[in-house]
Write a protein that binds this ligand. Sequence first.
Ligand SMILES: [Zn+2]
Length: 332
Amino acid sequence: MDQSPQKRPKNVVILCAVLGVAVLAVVLFLLIPKLTGSSRDSRSKNADAGNTVLSENEDADALSDAQENADIPETPKKEEEPETITATPPEESKEAPSQTQETPEAQTPAPQEQPASPPEPEGNGHIVAVDAGHQAQGNSEQEPIGPGAGETKAKVASGTSGSVSGLQEYELNLQVSLKLRDELQARGYEVIMIRETNDVNISNAERAQIANGSGAEIFLRIHANGSDDSSVNGALTMAPTSGNPYVSNIAAASQKLSGDVLDCYCAATGFKKRSVMEVDNMSGINWCTIPVTIVEMGFMSNPEDDARMADEAMQYQMAEGIADGVDQYFTE
Ligand SMILES: [Zn+2]
C-alpha cells in the first residue's frame, strides 16, 4: 500500500525517460533521411549511370559533379572516364579544324585554277593572224616585193602539190590553218583568218596588209614545201634578216617567233627540224609591220612527209605544235 505511492513516482520517471527516448528517436528518424537523402539519391544515380556510363555521362556531369565529387569514390573514376570521352571529341575536333584548314587551302587554289581556265576561252588578250598560203587559182600579176621596191613578184604563186596524197598545197594549207584557228581560239587567242575558203584572190602583199590592220600582234603564214629531190624532207620556218630594207625593225622578233614555232612544231609532230631560213625577198614578209613567220610544214614532194601531213590526226598535232610555238613566243 505504502509501496504504491512510492512506485508511482518511479513509473512516472520511467515513462518520461521512455517518451524522451521515443521523441529523440522520432526526431532522428525524421532528420536522418533528410541529411542522407541527397547522397542516397546520388548513389542510386551513380549505380544507374554506371551501367550506361558512356551515354549518360555527358548529361550527368554538369549536374552531379559538384555533389558527387565530395563523398563518392566512384566519381574520380567517372571524372576520368568523361575526360577520356570528352578528350576524344576534342582530339577529333582538333583534327577536324586542321582538316578544315587544309581543305580551305586545297579549295582556295581550286577556285583560283577554275577562274584561270575559263578565262582562257574568253580571251588571253593576244591576237594572232593566220594565212593559209596560196589559193585555188594562182595570180601571176606582179606586185612590188616590199614598200617602194622596184623588184616585183607574182601576186600569188600556185604552190606545190602532194606526191602521194594528191592534195594541192592551198588545200593542205587551209586544212591545217582551220585546225590551227580552232586550237588557238581554244587557248584564248583571238584569231584573224586571212582566208577560210580556197576561192579567194588575195595577193601576198594584201595578205600582209590585212594582217597589219587587223590588230594582230603576229602573223603566221602556213605553207608546205616542194623540191625536185623527193628525198628532201622536214620542216623549216622563214624570217627576215636585220639587214632587210623593209622590215628590219621586226626582224629580231620574227626570228624568235620562227624559232619558237619550229621547235614546238617539230617536237609535237616528229618532223625533221631543218632550220630558220633567212629570207628578204618574200612579199608576204616585206609588207608586214608585225612579227611574221612562214611555216613550211614539210615537203609535199617527199612521200613520207606528204602522207603524214595529209593525215587528219597528224594535222591536229601540227596545229597544236604551231600553237605551242605561239604560246612560247608570248610567254618568254
Ligand atoms: Zn607555199
